[in-house]
Write a protein that binds this ligand. Structure first.
Ligand code: IYR
Length: 222
């Protein structure tokens, strides 16, 4: 059993309370501007930005620090075309019968349909895979703990990092997403978690007129 090894927490920063309040408020102001976008521009985005945001995602807290994620960044138009074609088949089935009416009703305010042109227009598709386990170089299986929770947190970090960098995102989850393993040749211990569409919004991008619940509805204090 390896012994734990500790180092000093050198990077923690303490701020005066007035600054803490200002920082908390300004982060809220910044993150609340984030909107899920479905009208993307094909304007190119330097890969360096995506790499830095992925590094940020990779710092997420996670089960036993086993880091049960894999990010596949797709720029290749041929691969994007394959992903769009496969996703639109799933989506057509979803919208034309598979989805219960209650689900379609819940989606109605978003104005979504089976057409997913953004899968080809946006400069990047980032497919986030959740890994149930890892096969070590010696061939032993290492189980991952809280993989979904961990990958969810990393995805949140990634979305926040991309927004902070000045990019728009769309969390897209065609269901089922197994086709992504085939197209991207990822192993069977990896399950597609979310397909993140990344780029600049189109000049004329519009977003649904929807609101977020107030604090009093999402939290209680006792
Ligand atoms: N995957 C479909 C349907 C969809 C489902 C949910 I939950 C959303 O928040 C949005 C869409 C689609 O992408 O259109």
């Amino acid at each position: 059993m390896p012994q734990p090894r500790f180092v000093p927490l050198d990077d923690f920063r303490e701020y005066p309370q007035s600054e803490m309040i200002a920082r908390a408020q300004s982060f809220y102001e910044e993150i609340k501007r984030r909107r899920t976008v479905r009208d993307f521009s094909d304007r190119p985005v330097p890969l360096e930005i995506i790499e830095a945001c992925l590094r940020a995602a990779g710092t997420a807290p996670n089960g036993a620090n086993l880091q049960p994620w894999h990010f596949t960044v797709v720029q290749d138009p041929v691969i994007k075309q394959k992903i769009r074609a496969a996703a639109e088949i799933e989506e057509a089935e979803f919208y034309d019968g598979k989805a219960p009416q209650a689900w379609l009703d819940a989606l109605a305010p978003l104005g979504t349909d089976a057409n997913k042109p953004f899968l080809e227009t946006a400069p990047y598709l980032i497919v986030i895979f959740s890994k149930s386990h890892e096969i070590s170089d010696e061939g032993t299986t290492v189980k991952h703990y809280y993989a979904s929770e961990s990958v969810g947190i990393a995805t949140g970090f990634l979305i926040a990092a991309l927004h902070h960098a000045g990019l728009a995102t769309l969390t897209h989850t065609p269901s089922p997403m197994k086709f992504l393993n085939e197209i991207l040749q990822r192993p069977s211990n990896e399950r597609p978690f979310v397909l993140l569409v990344v780029g600049y919004p189109a000049n004329d991008a519009r977003v649904p007129a929807i609101t977020k619940k107030p604090l009093s509805e999402i939290a209680d204090f006792r």
